[in-house]
Ligand binder design. Structure first.
Ligand code: FMN
Length: 206
């Protein structure tokens, strides 16, 4: 049976969406079954409509299903992605996390491999703090945190971030990511799937 990986993310203007697609592709390259899911939009329609890039991106990804708690239960490993919001994860992703109380209580999130990816506008504008904030959540969930580390050549050419792939967008909206970031995110997804497979014995019920 193939390894089940959930890639759940929020993106307003497409940068994190592209990272999510690359993480998913990397996991799939190892033979994993992957669900790519997005956090539902919480912002009012007027706010989205006032930002053409935000509106265009939301329309472009209307075929990506919203993530549900059942996706987390189904998964054996998960990757969470978010833009930085003042150095923290976006409220849309946090709302998903906060909706997982029953699954946390039931142990459905524990002993699963977990990793994160992020985009901030500035290189030093909160990529790392956002990734580390998500590690706090993983600790509560009893997940096994899978950092990118320097386990492939990619982190060196993609900003040197060992916590997870972090793309400094410079405020770009829906422009293709540089190849090195796509490759770093793919390597991260592959590593997540590999670790997920290795820790399978942890998830076996006695
Ligand atoms: C409310 C708000 C807060 C933000 N806070 C930060 C920040 O603290 N540091 C930073 O570098 N970028 C910040 N940004 C910029 C986004 O994180 C950045 O543009 C990111 O690439 C967007 O990803 P997306 O295209 O997937 O939505 C902020 C944007 C918004 C709307």
């Amino acid at each position: 049976m193939s390894t089940k990986i959930l890639v759940a993310y929020y993106s307003s203007t497409g940068n994190v969406h592209q990272l999510a697609a690359a993480v998913a592709a990397g996991a799939e390259s190892t033979g994993a079954e992957v669900r790519l899911r997005r956090a539902p939009e919480l912002a009012p329609d007027e706010a989205v409509a006032a930002n053409p890039a935000w509106k265009a991106h939301l329309e472009a990804v209307s075929d990506v299903p919203d993530v549900t708690p059942d996706d987390f239960v189904w998964s054996e490993g998960y990757a969470l992605g978010t833009p930085t919001r003042y150095g923290l994860p976006a409220a849309q992703l946090k709302q998903v996390i906060d909706g997982l109380g029953p699954q946390w209580q039931n142990g459905d999130l524990a002993n699963k491999a977990a990793t994160s990816f992020v985009s901030a506008s500035n290189a030093h504008g909160g990529n790392e703090s956002t990734l580390i904030a998500l590690n706090n959540v993983y600790s509560h969930w009893g997940a096994i945190i899978v950092p990118s580390g320097y386990t492939s050549a990619n982190p060196y050419t993609a900003g040197g971030n060992p916590y997870g792939t972090g793309y400094a967008s410079g405020g770009a909206t829906d422009t293709p990511l540089p190849d090195e970031y796509v490759e770093a995110a793919k390597a991260q997804g592959a590593r997540l799937a590999q670790v997920t497979r290795l820790i399978q014995p942890l998830r076996e019920k006695p």
